[in-house]
Write a protein that binds this ligand. Structure first.
Ligand SMILES: *[C@@H]1O[C@H](CO)[C@@H](O)[C@H](O)[C@H]1NC(C)=O
Length: 215
C-alpha cells in the first residue's frame, strides 16, 4: 500500500468519525432517556412518543433540545409517573432543567445527578423520594433552583451544598431531615419555610465545628 493510499484511508476514517460522533453523543442521551422510560410506570401514557428506534430523541414529547441536538430540558411534572430514577440520567450532560415534580417517583435520588454541570433547575418536589440528599449535588455549579420538598428524605443537609454560589431557591420542607441547617454562603439567605416540617435542630452556630447532633 502506498503512503498516499494510507493517508487517504486515514482521512476517510477521520471524516467517518466526524460524521458519526454527533449522532453517537445524541444516542447516548436517547439511550439514557429510554432507560429512564423502562424504569417508570406510566399509566397516563405521557411517554408514548419515546420511540427508541428513532435516531434522535429531540422529537419526543416532554424533551427539549438545543440547536446541536443535545437534550437541555426534561419536563415531566404532573405526569402521574411512578418508579425510580437511575444513574444513566447523568448521561444527559447538557441538561439544564430536570422537572419531575408532582409525581409518585420513589427510591433514592441517584448521586450521579451531581455530574449535571449545566443544570439550572432540579424540581423533584411532591414525590416519594427517600434516602439522603446526595453530597455530590455540591458539584452542580450552575444550579439556581433546587426543590426537594414534600418527599421522604432522611439524613442531614450536606454542608458541601454551601459551595453552590448560584443557588437562589432551596426548598427541603416536608421531609424527614435531621441535624443542623447550614448558614454559610447563600444558605444565610434562605427563608425558614425552606426547612419547615422536618426534624432539623435549627441553624448551626457560626464559629463552632459543625456537628450533626442527633442525626
Ligand atoms: C394516575 O395513575 C393511577 C394508576 O396508577 C390512576 O388510577 C389514576 O387515575 C391516575 N391519575 C390521574 C390524575 O390521571
Amino acid at each position: 500500500m502506498s503512503s498516499s493510499t494510507a493517508s487517504l484511508i486515514f482521512l476517510n476514517i477521520i471524516i467517518l468519525f466526524q460524521c458519526f460522533l454527533p449522532s453517537l453523543s445524541t444516542n447516548s442521551e436517547g439511550n439514557a432517556l429510554h432507560a429512564l422510560r423502562t424504569r417508570l410506570s406510566d399509566p397516563n401514557n405521557v411517554l408514548q412518543s419515546w420511540d427508541p428506534t428513532l435516531v434522535n430523541s429531540c422529537t419526543w414529547f416532554h424533551v427539549t433540545c438545543d440547536s446541536n441536538n443535545h437534550v437541555i430540558r426534561l419536563d415531566l411534572g404532573n405526569s402521574n409517573i411512578s418508579g425510580s430514577l437511575g444513574p444513566e440520567l447523568a448521561q444527559l450532560t447538557h441538561l439544564q432543567y430536570l422537572e419531575l415534580y408532582n409525581n409518585n417517583i420513589n427510591g433514592n435520588i441517584p448521586e450521579e445527578l451531581g455530574n449535571l454541570k449545566n443544570l439550572i433547575s432540579m424540581d423533584l418536589y411532591n414525590n416519594n423520594f427517600q434516602g439522603n440528599i446526595p453530597k455530590s449535588f455540591a458539584n452542580l455549579k450552575a444550579i439556581k433552583f433546587l426543590r426537594l420538598n414534600n418527599n421522604k428524605l432522611t439524613g442531614s443537609i450536606p454542608r458541601e451544598l454551601t459551595r453552590l454560589q448560584n443557588l437562589k431557591i432551596f426548598d427541603v420542607s416536608n421531609n424527614d431531615l435531621c441535624g443542623t441547617i447550614p448558614v454559610d454562603g447563600n444558605f444565610g439567605s434562605f427563608p425558614p419555610q425552606s426547612y419547615e416540617n422536618n426534624r432539623l435542630n435549627g441553624p448551626e452556630l457560626k464559629g463552632l465545628v459543625p456537628y450533626d447532633f442527633g442525626c
